[in-house]
Every structure is written in C-alpha cells, then in structure tokens.
Design a protein around this ligand. Structure first.
Ligand code: GLU
Length: 460
C-alpha cells in the first residue's frame, strides 16, 4: 500500500507552498489507491503558534485535500519518550554519542574555524569520549545527542524527480538528534515517524533535499528500510525570487478571503511544478488530477506563481459553478449568484464589491440613458413601455424578463437599443455593465421597476 504524508510545522497559516506539497502527496497516494496521512511537527516550541494546527486542518479540508487520519493525526509533541528511547538506542549501538560541549566551547570553535577560513562544524570533542548512559543522570538536561556522520564516502539520494543526487559525507556535520530540552530534532523525529507510519514515499519541498542524506544515514543506523523520496520544485514569485509574504497573499485563508474558490486553487497549485501529458487541457478537478497525476511529469525546475493565471482559472470556476453550489457556499441569493456566474468577475470578492455597489441607488447623467443616435423622446417611450411590461411580469426570471423587454420593443416599434440600453443604464448607472436582464434578476422586481421609474422622471 502506497502511503504518503504531509508534515507541517504549526507555525502559522497553511501557505501556497505547503498546500502544494500536501496536494502532490495526496495525488501521488490517491492516484495509486494509497493513503495520505497528516503529521504535526510541533517539536520546535519557539516557533509554535497557538491554533495553527486547527487552521492548517481547516484549510486542507476546505481545499478538499483531506488526510485519511484527519480525526487523529500524529502529533510529535505527544511522542517525546519514543524519540528519546530511539536516540539512546543509537548511542548504545555506537551510532550516536552524548555531547556535553557548552555553548561557549562551540562558539569558540566556531570563531576559530571562521578565522582560519574553514566551514564551521562540530569539532567532535565528545565523539572521542565514551559517556556511559548511566552517567547521564548526573548531567541531566545538560547534554545533547549527536549522530555520527561518516568521515568519508558518498551518500546518494535517488530522488524520484531529480534522479541520483550525491552528497559528500565528510561535509556533513555530526547532526544533533536530541536537544538539551529533551525534544528531538526534525531529523530524528521525522525518520522515526515516517518509519512508524509506514510511509512508502516522502514527498516534500526541495528545501529538504539536503536533509535527506542525514535521514538515509539514520535509517541505516536503525536498520530500517528507507522510503522513496521526491523533492518538489521551488515556487518563485513573479519576480523570480522565492515565493514569500512580500508577494502579497500567500496563505490559503487569505486567498479564500479574497474570493478564490477551492477548485481554482487546487487546479492552479497542481500546475506549480506538474504538467499533464496533454498540455492543451487546463481545467482539472481534484478527481481528474487524481486520475492524471504521475510523479514523472513533475518538473525539476522552479515553478513561477502567476497570479493572472489563478485569476483566470477562478473566473472559469465562478462561471461554470453550479448555481446552487455558489448559493449555498457563499450565501448569495439566486439572482446574485446568476450575475456572478456570468459577470466575468475574477474573484468572488470583486463580484461582491460589484453587488454592493449595485445595491446603492445609481447616480448618472440622464443623457447617458439615450442610446447612440436615439432621441430623448424615443428613450422615454422605451422606458415607459418597459416599465409597464416589467410591472406586469409575473415570474421574475431571465426568460420572462427578457420577453417583457422584447414586447416593449415590438409594441413600440422600437429598436433593441431604445429599450435595453436605457433600462440597463437606469439599473446600473453605467454605460458598461452586465445585461439588464441579469441586473434585474439580481436586484429583484421591486427595486428594478423603481429604478426604471426614476429614470423616466429624469427625462423631460
Ligand atoms: N515540518 C517540515 C515542514 O514544515 C516537514 C518536512 C518534511 O516533509 O519532511 O515542512
């Protein structure tokens, strides 16, 4: 059984980068009938943010990328004893050692190394000593545990996206695996947990690639089979710098607040590093992505976040959304939903801003009611006839409204421009706006007729 995981640190909101990692791990597992699990990596107490876990879970659910263990994700802070035990197992087996070097000693070494132009690394004082674990009681709280990295040789990471990546073992420092506060470091906890959760494929961002040789070493020391690894390409902002808050909204909840639909975000994020075989197809539901996703179609090179692409995808989903879906999800009236679907808005917020503006009584120059070469008199006639027909229109819906306006044109011997144009301006106050029929559905009968009457009054 294929099993992947998403392992966020609860340090804030779920960002596009993290959500893209979660999506790819989800797609990889689901495309092969596997499981997608969640693990909360909360061992860095300094960066821990209250309620961040809940917010991350909320965003994942909203996107529809729901982990299979959502009710009971693995939480690292609940497993401290487990990590400690494993760290001591490695000490006993000679793969790791207790280090009692003080901060001052480490700092002094560091300064000297920098002075003599070598890359700062742990000098290995304690590596040479043999501290028996029984002695530890006396120095409880004042030691850390480091894993022994090999002095030479290569460690090869066979990445599913990048192929073989070589690391020179001698350049890798003896990593801390247990901190003085008794908490494990990321390396130790992540390896133990991936093993325990039965993770077969670790799919994570490129920034973790340099940690992988250390992890492979840990698997070896524990005598466990390592999972496969895939490191996803970086996401860059439009200025080709690593995507960050500087680039504006990057969290999922910000995007939600700005009126992006989860379907659009999922579709958009899938293309941050992945391409379908048939690149003429651009719209994919989560289900379609699951059917289509292949890790071999993930690129090595960085992906660029293109906000215009997201906006145009969002417009597409707004337009094609089931009306009822939009209505229930966003609590709009049916008429308002219809306007949003056809109005060409890029985000729900833009649509809502327009609706808000529309709800206010429009102000306009009466002259703008007159269509091109039409006259004031003809315009007035058009509006009066329209008012009459609309007042007696019983079912307030697109077709019958359209019919009422057409009847006004027919009976008055007028052109469409003599009726549709002034009615539209009467409703919106604008020369460019959605069609009068859509506006009327959104505004409702009472308000629409009232605005047409106002317009008649404005004309002599
Ligand atoms: N906690 C790490 C993060 O926040 C997880 C890295 C990994 O997936 O191994 O990204």
């Amino acid at each position: 059984m294929i099993r992947t995981r998403f392992a966020p640190s609860p340090t804030g909101e779920l960002h596009i980068g993290g959500a893209r990692t979660a999506l790819f791990a989800y797609l990889f597992a689901k495309s092969q009938g596997g499981e997608f699990l969640l693990r909360i990596e909360d061992t860095d107490r300094e960066r821990f943010v209250e309620r961040a876990t809940e917010r991350i879970i909320e965003s994942l659910k909203w996107l529809g990328i729901t982990p299979d263990n959502i009710e009971k994700p693995m939480i690292q802070s609940e497993r401290l004893e487990e990590y400690k035990k494993h760290a001591f197992d490695l000490v006993r087996a000679g793969h790791a050692y207790i280090c009692t070097c003080t901060k001052e000693m480490l700092e002094k070494d560091r300064e000297e190394q920098i002075k003599s132009g070598v890359a700062p690394r742990y000098e290995g004082h304690c590596r040479k000593l043999k501290t028996k674990s029984e002695k530890l009681k006396a120095i409880e709280g004042k030691y850390i545990i480091r894993m022994k990295m090999p002095d030479e040789g290569k460690i090869i990471v066979d990445d599913l996206i990048r192929g073989k990546v070589e690391f020179d073992a001698s350049l890798l420092d003896d990593q801390i695996i247990l901190k003085s506060d008794g908490f494990p470091t990321y390396h130790l906890a992540s390896v133990i947990d991936d093993h325990e959760m039965g993770i077969t494929h670790v799919i994570r961002a490129e920034e973790w690639l340099s940690s992988t040789p250390k992890h492979l070493k840990l698997y070896q020391m524990f005598g466990w089979d390592a999972p496969e690894f895939a490191h996803l390409p970086m996401i860059l902002g439009p200025d080709h710098k690593k995507l960050s808050k500087r680039h504006g909204a990057t969290s999922i909840s910000d995007h939600k607040a700005e009126g992006y639909l989860p379907e659009a975000l999922v579709n958009f994020m899938a293309f941050l590093g992945w391409n379908p075989k048939d690149d003429s197809k651009q719209y994919f539901s989560l289900q379609e992505l699951t059917e289509e996703f292949k890790i071999k179609n993930v690129n090595k090179s960085a992906a660029v976040f293109d906000i215009e692409k997201l906006r145009s995808l969002n417009e597409y989903y707004l337009r094609t959304y089931e009306l009822t879906n939009l209505k229930t999800k966003e609590r709009l009236t049916e008429g308002e939903s219809g306007l949003i679907k056809r109005g060409g808005y890029k985000t729900l917020k833009e649509a809502e801003d327009y609706l808000q503006k529309l709800r206010k009584t429009p102000e306009y120059d009466p002259k703008s009611l007159i269509f091109k070469k039409s006259s004031e008199e003809t315009t007035k006639k058009g509006l009066e006839l329209a008012c009459e027909k609309l007042s007696s229109c019983e079912r307030w819906e697109s077709e019958s409204i359209q019919r009422s306006l057409a009847e006004a044109v027919g009976e008055g011997g007028l052109t469409n421009g003599d009726v549709f144009w002034p009615v539209r301006v009467a409703l919106s106050g604008e020369e460019k706006s959605p069609s009068p029929v859509e506006l009327m559905v959104a505004l409702g009968k009472g308000e629409s007729v009232k605005r047409v009457k106002e317009a008649i009054k404005k004309l002599k």
